[in-house]
Design a protein around this ligand. Structure first.
Ligand SMILES: CC(C)(COP(=O)(O)OP(=O)(O)OC[C@H]1O[C@@H](n2cnc3c(N)ncnc32)[C@H](O)[C@@H]1OP(=O)(O)O)[C@@H](O)C(=O)NCCC(=O)NCCS
Length: 291
């Protein structure tokens, strides 16, 4: 894991009260001539903070965030504004995690992964890629399913991922978050189909479609030094239907939703999410699998 430096100051932008009151609707920004006449919402860091707070995130919260930047509309300040909003809401006592996945369908025991936590880009979007490069981000060391974290428990949540023989086991940030009473999954402009913690449930339940057979002799590049470790690989290409769980989580009272700009945003309690999904998977081992 890599602590690249110490905490930066977190600038908090401001909007007028009237704009705040309209946070669910189109906010026209006449000063932004590039967007004049555009029906796309203009979303600010302040509006994102307000929406996240409305959803239930607060000082001290710990959340793993999956995201789409473009689904907001136009975010002033781009990915950095979203990250500043997240960190601003949870404060120094909280922790934000983002998936910084690097695996792909070409990987196999015959074609094992090479991973450098500093230099290997993730494919999970502009927000995670921007987040992981922040000086205070700690990225877990795992050849395919790494996570970057900033905040009070960033080190604790990320430090053992190198030990995870399967990508989302109990040592992984996904497993650790799911054992906490206060852990959340936050879906910004995306739904459960990208909820990586569902793979943690699949690993607990031991479903037959999740992993490739055998071990991949993977290369980890730590401070320029190559380390070889053996990992089991995700079986890419097995389509999932994780979003089938959303209505169940709402019904069970562990998922709340709001809208920020054009983005539907969902907050889910991680521990009961895993417990409920485990129960469903045991009753129907194919419930998360798209035939
Ligand atoms: C794939 C995915 C990231 C695509 O979402 P997206 O919104 O199109 O892409 P990003 O979040 O990377 O945001 C970049 C895009 O936002 C848009 N954008 C750029 N600046 C912007 C701004 N200031 N405001 C709003 N949108 C902006 C652009 O369209 C940009 O695309 P480009 O780089 O091709 O120009 C998203 O659908 C997704 O799946 N996210 C979750 C990923 C994940 O966690 N996966 C785990 C799987 S187990």
């Amino acid at each position: 894991m890599f602590a690249l430096n110490m905490l930066p100051s977190i600038p908090i932008g401001c909007l007028s009260r009237s704009a705040l009151d309209d946070s669910h609707t189109l906010v026209e920004n006449q000063a932004d001539s590039a967007w004049k006449g555009n029906t796309m919402p203009i979303v600010t860091e302040y509006l994102i903070r307000e929406g996240l707070t409305r959803l239930g995130l607060s000082a001290g919260s710990t959340a793993l965030v999956h995201s789409s930047l473009s689904n907001f509309g136009h975010v002033e300040g781009g990915a950095d504004a979203v990250i500043d909003a997240l960190l601003g809401v949870i404060g120094p006592a909280g922790t934000i995690l983002v998936p910084t996945l690097t695996g792909n369908e070409n990987l196999s025991p015959e074609n094992p992964p090479v991973f450098d936590p500093v230099n290997t880009p993730c494919w999970t979007g502009r927000i995670p890629e921007t987040f992981r490069k922040r000086p205070d981000a700690i990225r877990s060391v795992h050849p395919t399913h790494s996570v970057a974290a900033i905040g009070a428990d960033a080190m604790e949540l990320t430090r053992d991922h190198i030990l995870s023989i399967t990508p989302c086991d109990e040592f992984s940030p996904y497993g650790k978050l799911a054992r906490r009473e206060d852990g959340y999954i936050l879906l910004i402009g995306v739904d459960h189909d990208v909820n990586t913690t569902m793979h943690h449930v699949e690993e607990i339940a031991g479903v037959d479609y999740h992993m490739q057979r055998g071990f991949a002799e993977s290369t980890l590049i730590i401070n320029g030094t190559k380390i070889i470790r053996h990992y089991m690989l995700h079986r890419y290409g097995a389509a999932r239907n994780f979003s089938v769980m959303g209505p169940i989580f709402v019904e069970r009272g562990i998922q709340w939703s709001t809208r920020i700009g054009d983005a539907d945003v969902h907050l889910i309690q991680a521990k009961p999410m895993v417990e409920i999904t485990c129960q469903c998977l045991r009753a129907n081992p194919r419930i998360l699998y798209r035939e």
